[in-house]
Write a protein that binds this ligand. Structure first.
Ligand SMILES: Nc1ncnc2c1ncn2[C@@H]1O[C@H](COP(=O)(O)OP(=O)(O)O)[C@@H](O)[C@H]1O
Ligand SMILES: [Mg+2]
Length: 627
C-alpha cells in the first residue's frame, strides 16, 4: 500500500517539470512564491472576468425594465464593477508576466551557468571536453541544440499550469449547471491532450537525438559570424559553402520520424472528432434548457463563455513544444553534474582500465628538486587509432632546460599535456623526484607548471589581467609584472597601448584594441614568466617564439638562461638557433626519444638532429641542401 502511494510521489518528484520548478525554488524561494501567485492569477482572473460579464448580461433586461436605481439595476452595476476590476487586473497580467519572466530568466541563467562551469571544470583533465555525449549535453543545457533557453522553463511551466487550472475551473463551473457536462468536457480535453503531448515529445526526442549534426550546424554558423574565422571565410570564399553545409546538417538534424508522426497525427484527428461531439452536446444542452426557460440569460451567458474557456485543459501549442525542448536540458544538466563533479580534481580516465585517474594528496611545492622521469610511457588519444607514444623514456633534470625536437605530429605538445596532467598516460608513469605524478595534488601541480601553449588563449581582458590572470582578486605583484613584461620584450608594447596596462586586449570592447600575433606571443610569454616569479617551478614553451621576428627572438633567448635559472624548462621549437642554447636536446621520433644530449654531443653523433641542423643552417647560409 505504502509503495503504491509512494510511487506517484516519487514519479512527481523526478518529473522534469517539478525539478525545473525546484531549481527555481532553490535559487530564490521568494521568487518561487511570486511565480506561484502568478499561477493563481492566471488561473482565476480570466474566468472571473467572464463570469462577472455573464452575470451582468443576465441583469440587463430587468435593469432596463426597472431602471438603474432598482434592485436589478444595482446588481447590474455591482457585476459590471467586479468585471471591470477583474479585467483591470487581467490587463496588468501581461506586463507583470513580462517583468517576472525576465527576473526568473536572469536568476536561472546565472544558476545554470554556475552549475555548468562547476561541472565542466571539475575534472583536472580535458578529455571530457572531447567527448561527443558530454558536448551534446553541454550544448543542450546552453539552449544551443534546440534553440530553446532552459532558463525560461519555470515561467513557461507556470504559465501553462495557470492555463490548465483556468480550464479546469471552467469545467467546475460547467458542473454547477450539469455535473456530467463539466466532467465530459474535462475528459474530452484530457483525451485530446494525451496524443498531442505524445506528438510533441516524439518531435523533441528526435531533435535531441540529433545532437551531433545540430552542433555541427551551430558551429558552422558561428564560423560565418565570428570575426576570426570570418577572415578566412572571406579569403577562401567559404560563405556559400558554409550556408549550404549549415543547411544540410540542420535539416538532417531536424528531420523527425515522419512515419511515427503521421500515425500519431491520425490519432489526434480521431480524438478531435470526439471533442467536437462533446462540445456540440454541451452547447445543445445549454440552448435547449434556455429555450425551455429552465435557465436564465445570466446562467446561459456564463456557461456559454465557460465552454471555450475550458479548452486550456487540452490545448497543446507551440509553447508546449518549446517547453518540452527546454525540459530536455534538465536530465542533461543532471547527467553532466553526476558524471563530472564526482571526478573533481581527478584526470579523466583515458579508458576504463586506466588506473591513473587519482587526484593525489602530496603537496608539490618546490618540486621537482631532482628530476622528472617519463618511465615507459605509452599514450593514445581516446578514440585514436595508434599510440602517440609507445614506450617513451626521458629524464628532465631539475633546474635545466631541455629542448624537444621532432617533426609535426611527433607528439611534442602531447608530452606537455601529460606533464601538466591534463591527460594521463595509457601505460607507464611519470615520476617527480621519484614520486608518481599521480600522487601529487593535481591542481597544485598544474599551478606550478607554467605553459605557453601553441594555441594560448587571448583573453578579452586588460593587458595586466592577461599577464597576471589575477581573476581571484588577489594583489598584483607590480615589480614581478614589470619584470615579466621586460623579459618577454613586452614593455614597449604595453607603453604604446592607449591605456597602458589597463587597455582591454579585444577590439570588441569599448577602448579595446587588438594585438598582432607576435605581440600576443609576448603577452603569453610574460604570463608564463609572471607565473614563474609567483612560484611556478616548471616552464614550458611550446613553439613560443614562432611568431616573433628574428631580432625579438634572439633578444628573448639571449636572456633565456638568466630568466630560467633554477627553473626546470622545456622548449619546443623548430628554430635551431633557439634549440641549441638548451642544456640538453631530446629528439622525439615515432613515439620514442631517439637522441638525447647537448648540441655539441648530438652534432658529433651525426644522427637525425645533426642532419636537421645542417639542413636548416644550410638554408640560411645559402646552401643547396634544403629539406
Ligand atoms: N586531441 C586529440 N585527439 C586525438 N588525436 C590528437 C589530439 N591532439 C593531437 N592528436 C594527434 O596526436 C599526434 C601528436 O600530436 P601533437 O602532440 O600535437 O604533435 P606535435 O606537437 O609534435 O606537432 C598527432 O598525430 C595528432 O594528430
Ligand atoms: Mg605541437
Amino acid at each position: 500500500m505504502l509503495s503504491r502511494l509512494s510511487h506517484p510521489v516519487a514519479t512527481l518528484k523526478s518529473s522534469r517539470r517539478v525539478r525545473a520548478l525546484r531549481l527555481l525554488a532553490s535559487v530564490s524561494p521568494a521568487l518561487a512564491w511570486t511565480v506561484g501567485a502568478f499561477v493563481v492569477a492566471e488561473a482565476v482572473l480570466p474566468n472571473l472576468t467572464l463570469i462577472a460579464m455573464g452575470r451582468a448580461t443576465g441583469r440587463i433586461p430587468a435593469a432596463a425594465r426597472d431602471g438603474l436605481s432598482s434592485g436589478a439595476g444595482h446588481s447590474l452595476l455591482v457585476a459590471l464593477a467586479v468585471a471591470g476590476v477583474c479585467y483591470g487586473f487581467s490587463l496588468l497580467r501581461g506586463p507583470a508576466e513580462d517583468a517576472l519572466s525576465s527576473v526568473v530568466r536572469a536568476r536561472m541563467v546565472v544558476t545554470l551557468q554556475r552549475r555548468l562551469v562547476t561541472a565542466v571544470s571539475a575534472p583536472a583533465g580535458i578529455a571530457h571536453l572531447e567527448d561527443s555525449e558530454t558536448l551534446d549535453r553541454l550544448a543542450n543545457v546552453q539552449g544551443q541544440l534546440m534553440n530553446a533557453a532552459p532558463a525560461d522553463a519555470p515561467m513557461t511551466i507556470a504559465s501553462q499550469l495557470g492555463g490548465w487550472l483556468s480550464g479546469t475551473m471552467a469545467c467546475v463551473v460547467l458542473s454547477t449547471f450539469r455535473w456530467w457536462l463539466g466532467l465530459a468536457m474535462f475528459a474530452a480535453w484530457i483525451a485530446v491532450r494525451r496524443p498531442l503531448g505524445q506528438l510533441v515529445r516524439t518531435r523533441v526526442s528526435s531533435f535531441r537525438a540529433a545532437g551531433e549534426p545540430l552542433r555541427r550546424a551551430w558551429y558552422l554558423f558561428a564560423l560565418a559570424t565570428r570575426p576570426n574565422a570570418a577572415k578566412e571565410a572571406r579569403v577562401f570564399g567559404l560563405g556559400a559553402w558554409l550556408a549550404a553545409e549549415h543547411r544540410t546538417h540542420y535539416v538532417s538534424g531536424l528531420t523527425p520520424t515522419w512515419h511515427e508522426m503521421r500515425r500519431q497525427g491520425r490519432r489526434v484527428a480521431t480524438v478531435a472528432v470526439g471533442v467536437f461531439a462533446v462540445f456540440a452536446l454541451s452547447a445543445g444542452t445549454l440552448g435547449w434548457t434556455a429555450y425551455h426557460h429552465e435557465i436564465g440569460l445570466g446562467t446561459l451567458a456564463v456557461m456559454l463563455t465557460m465552454l471555450p474557456s475550458s479548452m486550456t485543459v487540452g490545448t497543446v501549442s507551440m509553447t508546449d513544444f518549446q517547453l518540452e525542448m527546454m525540459l530536455t536540458a534538465v536530465p542533461d544538466l543532471d547527467a553532466l553534474t553526476d558524471s563530472l563533479v564526482p571526478m573533481a580534481d581527478a584526470v579523466d580516465a583515458v579508458d576504463d582500465t586506466s588506473a591513473g585517474t587519482s587526484a593525489g594528496t602530496v603537496d608539490p611545492a618546490g618540486m621537482p628538486r631532482r628530476d622528472v622521469v617519463f618511465e615507459n610511457v605509452a599514450f593514445r588519444y581516446p578514440g585514436g587509432e595508434s599510440d602517440v607514444f609507445s614506450d617513451l623514456n626521458l629524464t628532465l633534470r631539475a633546474g635545466e632546460s631541455t629542448a624537444l625536437v621532432g617533426v609535426n605530429g611527433a607528439g611534442k605538445t602531447t608530452l606537455v599535456t601529460l606533464l601538466a596532467r591534463l591527460r594521463d598516460p595509457s601505460r607507464g608513469r611519470i615520476l617527480v623526484d621519484g614520486l608518481p605524478l599521480n600522487d601529487l595534488h593535481v591542481r597544485d601541480w598544474q599551478k606550478q607548471v607554467a605553459v605557453v601553449y601553441q594555441d594560448y588563449t587571448r583573453y578579452p581582458l586588460t593587458a595586466e589581467e592577461n599577464v597576471t590572470l589575477n581573476l581571484l582578486g588577489g594583489p598584483v605583484d607590480d615589480a614581478a609584472l614589470r619584470q615579466a613584461a621586460e623579459r618577454a620584450g613586452a614593455t614597449d608594447l604595453i607603453d604604446n597601448l592607449p591605456n597602458g596596462w589597463r587597455t582591454i586586449l579585444s577590439p570588441q570592447y569599448e577602448g579595446g584594441t587588438d594585438l598582432s600575433g607576435g605581440q600576443w606571443q609576448r603577452i603569453a610569454l610574460a604570463r608564463a614568466l609572471y607565473a614563474i616569479s609567483r612560484g611556478a617551478t616548471v616552464l614550458i614553451l611550446d613553439e613560443p617564439t614562432a611568431q616573433l621576428d628574428v631580432r625579438a627572438e634572439a633578444a628573448f633567448y639571449d636572456r633565456f638562461l638568466e630568466i630560467t635559472q633554477g627553473v626546470t624548462s622545456i622548449v619546443i621549437s623548430h628554430r635551431f638557433s633557439t634549440v641549441r642554447r638548451a642544456n640538453r636536446i631530446a629528439v622525439l621520433d615515432a613515439g620514442h626519444i631517439t637522441e638525447l644530449g647537448s648540441h655539441t654531443e648530438l652534432l658529433a653523433q651525426a644522427g637525425t638532429y645533426a642532419n636537421l641542423f645542417t639542413t636548416q643552417a644550410a638554408a640560411f647560409t645559402g646552401g643547396r641542401k634544403r629539406a
